[in-house]
Design a protein around this ligand. Sequence first.
Ligand code: PLP
Length: 454
Amino acid sequence: MQSERTTEQWRALDAAHHLHPFTDTESLNQQGARVITKADGVFLWDSDGNKILDGMAGLWCVNIGYGRKDLSEVARRQMDELAYYNTFFKTTHPAVVELSHLLSQVAPEGFSHIFYTNSGSESVDTMIRMVRRYWDVKGKPGKKTLIGRWNGYHGSTIGGASLGGMSYMHEQGDLPIPGIVHVEQPWWYRYGQGMSPEEFGVVAARWVEEKILEVGPDKVAAFVGEPIQGAGGVIIPPSTYWPEVERICRRYDVLLVADEVICGFGRTGEWFGHQLFGFHPDLFTAAKGLSSGYLPIGAVFVGDKVAQGLAEGGDFNHGFTYSGHPVAAAVAHANVKALRDEGIIDRVKHDTGPYMQQRWREAFGGFAHVDDVRGVGLIQAFTLVKDKATHELFPNWGEVGTICRDIFFRHNLIMRACGDHMVAAPPLVISKAEIDQLIDTAVQCVTECEAVLH
Ligand code: PLP
């Protein structure tokens, strides 16, 4: 958007009129918002002309990178042709049909139906309503409870925030709502000491079984998890976890749901994160990388068993004015096609992903306060810890992470602090030279951070 204002004028107007998400307004307004004015590839520019390496792809979403003129051209053409029409009342349009067809091709077998939303949170809420409706139709209306995980993140709506396991969100607004319970996360570093990761994976999966038995299998509708917990700090479960969770869900006739809002569309080097871990969800939610953030759109991929069940039930009384919005659908189609046809996801799997992971481990393994250096594809993290030998974390979880994150910002590198987990998830088009730049800058920043800690 063209505007002639100065940075100070933007900041003043922003402070006067804009309430930001997940933000302490007072502290923001003292500091002044950073004003981002343009972007290209993996770089952002602020209103003072600083060039910033976006190591987080926005909010883990700009998979295809910034500045793709082909996507803006698709949006313009679609706006000219059919800017809006809905998909209610037995109506459809070419953009949503083409997108659905393409998504059914890139999804694993058995996912031939897609329901559209405008965001990850709406996808999660839609999924909650779908699984409850499914069990109603199947004559098991008692199966209503969903099991999520502590430190999982499933969005900000009342359903999504309830299913997520962020206590700082639950504290505001009396969450979780009834019918949602949680189990502990499969975080080996914190909870699995004394066990091999593989042993711990089975133990953590059994927490799901214990919860199903506690609630009663005839009351449990679904277990929901991110294949890799993203906002929780890139918690990568041991290889044994998901297959055991799947076995347990099948045993008790509980639907298995993957929240692919971050992991989906290539972040791990596979199209979807559950493919990396080799499990088979009944439904999965998506957003972010579906359009690479160019326009808001989310989706629920509904497995054939659930799609069939919903169809048997007649009307499913749920939907949004913008479900399958033509412009968002056309842009998502162009984005997904490019991710496939330009080999972007293949490159993450075979080339840039392995390169990033090797360099990441080499670069951060030697720091005194950096441990659990981890990642896959182009999602990676390490944890700032007080004592590597004893795995002791810092007191005041998140304090050191914030100090470190601010140092990164000052060096024009965006990485995220999830508590004391430092996370990077750059656009999937990042080159090896840009990976080198990201890591070299991050090493400099962590060196500065450790100096502050001593
Ligand atoms: N699910 C997961 C796994 C997410 O990471 C997020 C957002 O980060 C959401 C759901 C919510 O998505 P949105 O912010 O688009 O509502």
